[in-house]
Design a binder for this molecule. Structure first.
Ligand SMILES: [Zn+2]
Ligand SMILES: [Zn+2]
Length: 318
């Protein structure tokens, strides 16, 4: 993955040296992504056969990993509440995983944001009996066509059955299975509609895509995300947790406060390095070539977003 990427970049440097640098390079950022095809297609394909791992976290809260973003589940006499639905084609495997926890029916689904790897399964989860709760912008994005340039992909409107029907602006409470679940909207960060979902009894905080644990995060500028908002969200997450809080990221392993601190530090450091060079008038190609993420790539660069791609995502927002 990284070799291919370095090839691309060194070819670019050559082009730049030859004085042929053009805006075409700047307007084709998808070439900075490690895969040749859209990551959406890669992730969708993987989800069809993905094994779903079930881990009990604390109390009746568990996490399902394997279909797109991580799915938190609270089960009990009121039925099951899910945070995110994963990708639709994973339905049989996700259902098996849910049934391994208990036979309670699915009653509620909270969408942490609109992205396909979290909301594509909405329609089948609704068909199973769930009411879908989300921020109003999540519904807005789901019911229209959205082009995400940096994923090189255009999403058609979601099926009507998959649209959230309980909508709110800032925060929302759900009393379910003895938990008073706190749902709060972040300021625009990964998108303009990211939610945190907190289970106070279990002390589990689902932060969704405001944390990619040990991976560089995607930032969706096409629907209102930005690097400074990501940093603010990471800070807010640190402030809301103690050393005992279990933190469920959108991607990567279930973590804790220390993981949030490391993620925040990585974001701030890279942002500063990129912003400084951009202010000095350096081009994107020059900044990528200076490898501002070098010290972090071994830990954070192993998933969909490479160091070069993350540099581009930061550059866009500073
Ligand atoms: Zn995601
Ligand atoms: Zn996302």
């Amino acid at each position: 993955m990284s070799n291919q990427n370095e090839d691309t970049i060194s070819r670019r440097r050559f082009i730049a040296t030859a004085g042929l640098i053009s805006t075409a390079i700047l307007t084709r950022p998808e070439s900075l992504f490690s895969q040749k095809e859209s990551p959406v297609i890669t992730i969708m394909r993987a989800a069809a056969t993905a094994k779903i791992n079930v881990t009990k976290l604390r109390g009746n809260v568990s996490v399902l990993e394997g279909s797109g973003g991580n799915i938190s589940v609270l089960h009990g006499p009121d039925g099951k509440l899910m945070v995110d639905a994963g990708i639709g084609v994973s339905r049989p495997n996700v259902l098996n995983a849910l049934n391994s926890l208990s036979g309670d029916p699915i009653k509620m689904l909270i969408n942490s944001h609109w992205h396909f790897d979290h909301a594509d399964g909405n329609a089948w989860v609704h068909e199973e009996g769930a009411t879908i709760i989300a921020h109003e912008n999540t519904r807005k994005h789901l019911e229209t066509t959205v082009k995400v340039d940096d994923w090189d992909y255009t999403f058609p409107p979601a099926p009507r059955d998959g649209l959230p029907t309980v909508l709110f602006k800032d925060q929302h409470m759900v009393d379910f299975n003895g938990e008073s679940i706190q749902i709060k909207k972040y300021k625009p960060a990964h998108t303009d509609s990211d939610l945190s979902i907190y289970f106070p009894k279990a002390d589990v905080l689902h932060v969704a895509d405001t944390l990619w644990n040990s991976y560089y995060p995607f930032i969706d500028y096409s629907t209102g995300g930005n690097i400074d908002g990501m940093i603010l969200a990471a800070q807010a997450n640190i402030e809301r947790t103690t050393n005992k809080t279990i933190v469920v990221p959108g991607h990567g392993e279930v973590g804790n406060r220390a993981d949030l601190v490391a993620f925040h530090e990585m974001l701030v450091t890279i942002r500063e390095k990129v912003a400084k060079q951009k202010k000095e008038g350096k081009s994107l190609e020059e900044i990528v070539a200076s490898k501002p993420t070098a010290a972090y790539d071994a830990k954070w660069g192993g998933f969909v977003i490479s160091g070069a791609t993350f540099t581009y995502l930061v550059y866009k927002g500073v």
